[in-house]
Unconditional design. Structure first.
Length: 229
């Protein structure tokens, strides 16, 4: 299936990205959440709602995160929202019985943080798509989002700011480009690749299948991850 056909199966797609205080979802916080709610209306895929929220934290933001994102504790104190308010915004994207799919780049990272962020909330009819897993089957290392943006000649369409909403739009544009390239997007639903060197992720998402996927794009172009070997 291409992306247009995906929307015949799902009522909504939520594309998202997070910026965090660190790498451990148990102890670190989301400080920036970007999300777009996407729907097909009259045959056209449209963004119908957006979240762009800085989130207050009691943790000191490490210098490397400040350097990467330009998000400081002072900025969060001034412009940040309370966690519960942002949770309510995001829950409004999910809070119906229509079948939905969440897509992001390096999905296991963002979804692991979201699970702790939304702790206590349970949702049905959710599937997941890791845009990075698809990209690793299509292109050579390196595999960062900004590299994928350049690979698909999207630099004039999106910003490389390491802010959540900008990266969310970048994710969506990369996904659309990959859909135009090859109609196998549906094969990656609930299938996440992981680097064999580091092993299967400790934090795993329910109903997702994990398979080792190293940086061998020439191999995976002929034998993509969704073909069992």
């Amino acid at each position: 299936m291409n992306l247009n056909e995906i929307f015949d199966k799902y009522k909504y797609m939520i594309v998202l990205d997070t910026e965090t205080t660190g790498l451990n979802p148990k102890y670190d916080d989301i400080i920036d959440l970007g999300a777009i709610l996407v729907k097909k209306e009259n045959g056209e895929i449209k963004i119908i709602d957006t979240i762009n929220s800085l989130i207050k934290t009691n943790k000191k933001i490490p210098d490397n995160i400040v350097e990467l994102t330009h998000i400081t504790n002072e900025l969060l104190e001034k412009d940040g929202e309370n966690k519960l308010d942002v949770i309510n915004k995001f829950v409004s994207f999910l809070n119906n019985d229509e079948k939905k799919i969440i897509a992001t780049y390096n999905a296991n990272f963002d979804l692991s943080f979201l699970r702790y962020f939304l702790k206590g909330y349970k949702f049905n009819n959710l599937d997941f798509l890791d845009i990075m897993t698809i990209y690793k089957d299509r292109a050579a290392y390196p595999i960062k989002l900004e590299v994928a943006v350049t690979h698909y000649n999207l630099d004039d369409k999106v910003k490389n700011s390491h802010r959540a909403l900008d990266d969310t739009y970048a994710c969506f544009e990369v996904l659309k480009a990959m859909s135009n390239e090859k109609s196998d997007i549906d094969k990656y639903i609930n299938l996440f690749g992981y680097n064999k060197k580091y092993g299967i992720p400790k934090e795993q998402i329910k109903n997702v299948v994990y398979r080792a996927q190293d940086y061998l794009s020439e191999y995976y172009e002929n034998f993509p991850l969704y073909i069992k070997r």
